[in-house]
Design a protein around this ligand. Sequence first.
Ligand code: GLU
Length: 514
Amino acid sequence: MTVPPAPVRVRLAPSPTGFVHIGNVLVALVDAAIARQAGGTFVIRIEDTDQKRFVDGAEELIYESLHWLGIEWQEAPDRGGPFAPYRQSARLPLYQEYAERLIAQGDAYRCWCSPDRLEQMRFAQQAAKLPPKYDRRCLGMTEAERKALDGYTPDSVVRLRMHDSGSTTFTDPIRGTLAFENGLLDDRVLLKSDGFPTYNLAVVVDDHLMRITHVVRGEEWLPSTPAHLRVYEALGWDPPLIAHTPLLLNADRGKISKRRHPWANMQWFRDQGFLPEAVLNYLGNLIAFVPDTENPAPGVARELFGFDEIAAHFNLASIGPSGKVVDIDRLDWLNGQYIRRMSVEDLAVKAAPFLAAAGYDVNTLPTYRAALALEHERIKRLSQAPQALSFFFDDEEYDPAMLVPRGATAGRALELLDGAIAVCQSVAESGDWTVSTLDDRFRAHAEARGLTTGKLRGQLFGVVRVGSTGRTATPPLFDTLAVLGASVVLRRLSVARNHLECLAAIDGPPAEGQ
Ligand code: GLU
């Protein structure tokens, strides 16, 4: 009779030590994809046994970040489940029980070495260029025997006894078969003197008791895996499949540093106004190749896709072991694509908090949606909305010299502006302050003034653009004027006129014949 395969159970085992690292989110996505593919269960277990590094609120931040991205889980401290409790700090007696069992079997031993002694030992090893490794001073001793020697402390820890020779091998679905020489492996601490387990004991006990079938974690945990396998062996348990995902790298293919790469922190993506769909799509690109169904040529990838496609096309083995570069420019592009596909209404709702944070109350601007529509294609992050829209809210200061087109004098700019003010006044009086009327009248005016070349028309429109917005680059001019409204435009152009008068006075009258 064949044994039916165990139902797939994966877990994310974050330590609540502060911010949510993007690497952990990638692992969560892999977990969720495995669970979805196999109709399995995704568990979140909180590894809070390192009390010194515990940060209040960090656990909630993990749930919030995954929830924001649309990654779902089924069992966790916030959900409960058949293997509760899911917080390690609530499971301490379990780990103590297994540590005792390992000691009784001779697979672990107590160690009474003081921190000072361990430090001296490390210095000596470093000086001799030896690998850092506990020298087993306490192995095989009773407390009384050990006490008689130097460097004793009554606060004992429990250490795992690694094998002296041979090697530990295992097959990582991402990296293939790996072998570690046992003689080089350290007798790691399993239980600390305060009775709390270390990661190395708790992770094995919980993965086993919670019936985890696939352990997925970042490459940085690879050196711990031989110790975990030793614990599985000593307790007579079958290890799960253990996969180590590649590191995420910066654009220079270097390690991500929290200080230099703020995007190491998941919160950064939210603060910058990336959409969860875009971030999920971006991370999905790192772990799955989603073919383009509309262009099914081999090797053509689909650009925009969501979790269903990631889960359908994901394959652990094809992630590959080499580091994945996080390309924020590409994410900006992707986010811009998602923003373009949103309705203005949707964008208006999502951009409003970013504007509010910058001090702009969208309720005070009746043309908010129309203004946003003009900037829609240009906005790549929601956090760019305040910069893109500020001139619709406020009369902004600008350098009056910007009003003078290249190759022209202030006097000439003033002439152009006077003509433009007259056009605006007459359009305003006509009661038809619309894009098409502004466009018609300005073109007729340019024609009448002999501004027939692109350059001359550009000078006219340039003066109007800077005068009405304070900027040299804006959405299409007449659309912008239409949304700003006649009274704002006329007021700003009159301020611009004052600026130009001052500049022209400084320049002095145009020389004869000019
Ligand atoms: N607590 C570890 C972490 O913070 C878990 C590593 C693992 O998944 O085994 O990432």
